[in-house]
Ligand binder design. Structure first.
Ligand code: GLU
Length: 473
């Protein structure tokens, strides 16, 4: 899965990228190997009765690291998943969690299935059976391994997984923390669904707060009116593109989906396009846009920012030379192969790397896990207190200044934060600080000449410190 014509598998591609950071850090070979190795992979085959016949499904859960527990990472349901892929994705989870200071090890799961071929009841039986298999091996547990949504899974599957665990462990008071990305009505947290997409936007906004970085990428100004191409309007791509379109005034000039691409130089309405996609199952036929059947070619169109938000290995040796974007923002995991990355580096194209850019999902998963363990909604204790304090500040301003206070300031001051406000603020702060940290490494370390290597350096320094401090036993 390293990409079209790639000699490297996905996990080798990730390892090669990490190797640049190991070289920059001049870490001992043994430490590097210990960090890179995937600790454990479990493969399971189980039968489920579907429409009167037994069908056998194959699934995996890889645990890349346990220097922090639980190990964390999504479960994907897709027709093409294999062991190498989950190992690569688990490794990315290790680095990702370290970059955003989410105190987890890295893990990832996959089930080989085409979810479009099964109805709701069948999907429920299959998911619950997979969850039982994982729970039997401590690969579903609030303390050791906590899955989450990924490609092909969402709140619905997480609710079934949580419920399966609860029935297996009725005595575990922390059962809700066995999985994240649950519906809000079943112990989920407000804002988790859109967290990865919003995290991508927060990362981009932070990048544009540094004019030197923007200039180094061959761009100028802010996000407004930048021409953006998005690949994939799934959970991550949709929320990222919608916010960029509606709040940042970026111009989404093309969207690439499974059935082709739609383009409009003046900008596409993401909300309307998403509605069309939900109704028709594809982007074809969307009004006010030019349709291209060959979606992959649209990756090579001129634009300022390219956001691959679909699957891995979309930018590979075969097309990297023709990419015209100035900035690539990796909303997906592993969308650029190692070989393509080398080409893009040589061509001076800036990449905001996956392990940083899409870490918003696991960041809010962390908040959800903490909320489940604390058994209380964020903001519950202080909301009214903050409101009263706001009223007092307004009262004081009124007595001192005698000036009318604009309505919107009055409303904002006298409002206590909701859980969603707190989640968004925590996510924004996390994405900002993480960028500043990796930028600092990029600017200060002569051996680091791109942001991806900087991100890996940030992650590996933290992981290595944790190994070296505690020792290996
Ligand atoms: N599947 C998501 C990712 O790749 C989320 C993982 C999580 O929340 O644990 O980052």
């Amino acid at each position: 899965m390293g990409g079209k014509g790639s000699r490297l598998s996905f996990s080798q591609s990730v390892d090669h990228m990490a190797d640049r950071a190991f070289r920059a850090l001049q870490l001992e070979e043994g430490v590097a190997s210990a960090i890179k190795a995937c600790n454990e992979v479990y493969q399971v085959r189980f039968p489920v009765e579907i429409r009167g016949r037994l069908e056998v499904f194959t699934g995996w859960r890889a645990v890349h690291s346990t220097h922090r527990l639980p190990a964390k990472g999504g479960i994907r349901f897709a027709p093409i998943v294999d062991q190498d892929e989950v190992e690569a994705l688990a490794a990315l989870m290790t680095y990702k969690c370290a970059i955003v200071n989410a105190p987890f090890g890295g893990s990832k799961g996959g089930l080989r299935i085409d979810p479009t071929q099964y109805d709701r009841g069948e999907m429920q039986r299959i998911t619950r059976r997979f969850a039982r298999e994982l729970a039997r091996k401590d690969l579903l547990d609030p303390a050791t391994n906590v899955p989450a949504p990924d490609v092909g899974t969402g709140e619905r599957e997480m609710a079934w997984i949580a419920d399966t665990y609860k029935h297996l462990h009725p005595e575990d008071i922390n059962y809700a923390a066995c999985v994240t990305g649950k519906p809000v009505t079943h112990g989920g947290i407000a804002g988790r669904k859109e967290a990865t997409g919003l995290g991508v936007v927060f990362a981009l906004r932070e990048f544009f707060r540094h004019p030197e970085d923007v200039r180094a990428a061959g761009l100028d100004g802010g996000l407004g009116d930048k021409q953006v191409i998005v690949q994939g309007l799934g959970n991550v791509g949709y929320h990222a593109a919608r916010v960029l379109d509606e709040q940042d005034n970026a111009r989404i000039i093309a969207v690439i989906e499974r059935d082709g691409a739609v383009c409009n130089e003046a900008g596409l309405s993401i909300e309307r396009l998403h509605q069309h996609l939900c109704e028709h199952g594809g982007v074809k036929g969307f009004p006010d846009a030019i349709y291209h059947e060959e979606g992959a070619g649209v990756l090579e169109m001129p634009c300022d920012i390219l956001i691959p938000a679909a699957l891995e290995a979309q930018i590979h040796e075969g097309n990297a030379e023709r990419i015209q974007a100035r900035l690539i923002v990796e909303a997906a995991n592993g969308p650029v192969t190692f070989e393509a990355d080398e080409i893009l580096r040589r061509r001076g194209i800036t990449i905001l790397p996956d392990a940083y850019v899409n870490a918003g999902g696991v960041t809010v998963s962390y908040f959800e896990w903490v909320r489940n363990l604390a058994h209380i909604r964020f903001g519950r204790m202080e909301k009214r207190f903050e409101e009263v304090r706001g009223e007092h500040i307004l009262e004081a301003l009124r007595t001192i200044t005698d000036q009318p206070i604009p309505d919107f300031i009055r409303q904002e001051l006298a409002r206590g934060p909701s859980e969603l406000d707190l989640v968004r603020s925590g996510l924004d702060d996390t994405m900002r600080s993480a960028y500043q940290e990796l930028r600092e490494v990029y600017l200060s370390n002569d051996r680091v000449d791109d942001l991806r290597t900087a991100a890996y350096v940030v992650a590996i320094e933290k992981i290595a410190r944790s190994y070296l401090d505690v020792g290996v036993y």
